[in-house]
Design a protein around this ligand. Structure first.
Ligand code: NAD
Ligand code: IPM
Ligand code: MN
Length: 359
C-alpha cells in the first residue's frame, strides 16, 4: 500500500537541504519499491508570508493524513518582530503539539571519518553513539500561564510555567527505556531536581518506570553537570532522557561532538510511531542562498523515517552506508571540511549520496 509523505521545506536553508533529501527519498523509493506519495505544504515563515499564519489549516490537515512528515527548518530574522503567536517557530511547535509528537530522538553518532571535525579531541569522541530522548510536547515550552504582563508598579514582567504531569513523564520514560533495551541498556535521566519541583516529580516517575525494565540501568544527573560531562567525557552516555528545553540545549551541544550541527538528524514520534523527521539544526539564515549548507542531517532524517515509521530498515541502512561512503571519499561541505578534504556544495553532496546509493 502506498505511503503518504508530507514535505515541509520551511525557510532559508530549509528548501536547499530539503531538495537533496527529497532526491535521496525518491531514489530509495524506486530502488526499494516503497510506493511513496510525496506532497508538499507550507510551514513557518514561508506560510506566514503566503497565508498570514505559520501553520495553515491546509498544512495541518495534510500533516494529519500523512504517514510521515519530512521538515527542513523554519524561522529567520525577518520574522523576529512578529508577535509570539504567529512566529514561524510557533508553526513547528503547533505541529508537534497537534500531532502529539512527544518523543524526540536525537542520535549523536560520530562517523569515524569526521573525528577531526569534532570540537573535542579524537580520543574523546571515537566511537561516540549517544541517543538523546527529548520530551517534545510539554514542559516550559507549552506550560500555562505564559506571557508578558504589566505589574502594579508599571514594570513589565515576562513569565512561563514549567509543568510536567505524571503521564507525560511516564510515556517519555517508557520510550527511553525501550530504546535503551535495543542499545547499551543504560538510561541517564537529566533533571534539575535540586531546584525545581517539576523535576523532583520527573525523577520519581523515572524511578518508577525503571522498575519495568530490570535489564536497563537508570542513573540521574543534574542538567548543568550533564552539559559539562557531554563536553568532558561524552562516551559515558548511552541514552539520555530529559525534558523539552534541556533536551533542546543538550542536543545542540552533542551535535558539535559529531563534527557539525549539520550532521544531527531527528525523529519526533507519537505513541503509534507515526512521526515527523527533521534535522536538529535551524534555518541557518547566515549561510542561506550560498549552496554551502550541509544536507546530511536531513538525509539522515530520511533514514530515520524509513527505520521508525516506514519499517524499511534495509533502505535506512543503505542511506546511512551511502553517507559513510561519501565521507570515505573525502567529500565535505564547508562545516565539516578540514585540510586535505574535497569541499563540495549542498547539491554536490546530495548527488554524491545518490551515486553511493546506486553502487
Ligand atoms: P541554526 O541551527 O539555524 O544555526 C546555528 C549555526 O549553525 C549557524 O552558524 C548556521 O550557519 C550553522 N548551521 C546550521 N545548520 C547548518 C547546516 N545544515 N550546515 C552548515 N551549517 C549549519 O540556529 P540559529 O541561528 O540559532 O537559528 C536560526 C533560525 O532557525 C531561528 O529563526 C531559529 O528559531 C530557527 N530554528 C529552527 C529550527 C527548526 O526548524 N527545527 C531549529 C533551530 C532553530
Ligand atoms: C529545535 C528548535 C525548536 C525547538 C525551535 C525552532 C522551536 O530549536 O527543533 O531544536 O526549540 O524545539
Ligand atoms: Mn534546537
Amino acid at each position: 500500500m502506498s505511503k503518504k509523505i508530507l514535505i515541509l521545506p520551511g525557510d532559508h536553508i530549509g528548501p536547499e537541504i530539503m531538495a537533496e533529501a527529497v532526491k535521496v527519498l525518491e531514489r530509495v523509493d524506486s530502488l526499494y519499491s516503497l510506493d511513496l506519495q510525496l506532497d508538499h505544504a507550507l510551514l513557518g515563515g514561508a506560510a506566514l508570508d503566503a497565508t498570514g499564519v505559520p501553520l495553515p489549516p491546509e498544512t495541518l490537515a495534510k500533516a494529519r493524513e500523512a504517514d510521515a512528515i519530512l521538515l527542513g527548518a523554519v524561522g529567520g530574522p525577518e520574522w523576529d518582530k512578529v508577535e509570539a503567536a504567529r512566529r514561524p517557530e510557533k508553526g513547528l511547535l503547533g505541529l508537534r503539539s497537534e500531532l502529539e509528537l512527544f518523543g524526540n530522538l536525537r542520535p549523536a553518532l560520530l562517523y569515524p571519518q569526521l573525528a577531526a571535525a569534532s570540537s573535542l579531541k579524537p580520543e574523546l569522541v571515537a566511537g561516540l553513539d549517544i541517543l538523546i530522548v527529548r520530551e517534545l510536547t510539554g514542559g516550559i515550552y507549552f506550560g500555562e500561564p505564559r506571557g508578558i504582563r504589566t505589574l502594579e508598579n508599571g514594570e513589565r514582567q515576562g513569565y512561563n510555567t514549567y509543568v510536567y504531569s505524571e503521564s507525560e513523564i511516564r510515556r517519555i520514560g517508557h520510550l527511553a527505556f525501550s530504546l535503551a533495551r535495543q542499545r547499551d541498556k543504560r538510561v541517564c535521566s537529566v533533571d534539575k531536581s535540586n531546584v525545581l519541583e517539576v523535576t523532583v516529580l520527573w525523577r520519581e516517575i523515572m524511578e518508577e518506570v525503571a522498575k519495568d525494565y530490570p535489564d536497563v540501568t537508570l542513573s540521574h544527573m543534574y542538567v548543568d553537570n550533564a552539559a559539562m560531562q557531554l563536553v568532558r567525557a561524552p562516551k559515558q552516555f548511552d541514552v539520555l532522557v530529559t525534558g523539552n528545553m534541556f533536551g533542546d540545549i543538550l542536543s545542540d551541544a552533542a551535535a558539535m561532538l559529531t563534527g557539525s550541527i549539520g550532521m544531527l538528524p531527528s525523529a519526533s514520534l507519537d505513541k503509534d510511531g507515526r512521526g515527523m523527521y527533521e534535522p536538529c539544526h535551524g534555518s541557518a539564515p547566515d549561510i542561506a542562498g550560498q549552496g554551502i549548507a550541509n544536507p546530511l542531517a536531513t538525509i539522515l532524517s530520511v533514514a530515520m523515517m524509513l527505520r521508525y515509521t516506514l519499517d524499511k530498515p534495509e533502505a535506512a541502512a543503505a542511506i546511512e552506508a551511502a553517507v559513510s561512503d561519501v565521507l570515505d571519499q573525502g567529500l565535505r561541505t564547508a562545516d565539516i571540511c578540514a585540510e586535505g578534504d574535497t569541499r563540495v556544495s549542498t547539491s554536490e553532496m546530495g548527488d554524491a549520496v545518490l551515486r553511493a546509493l546506486q553502487s
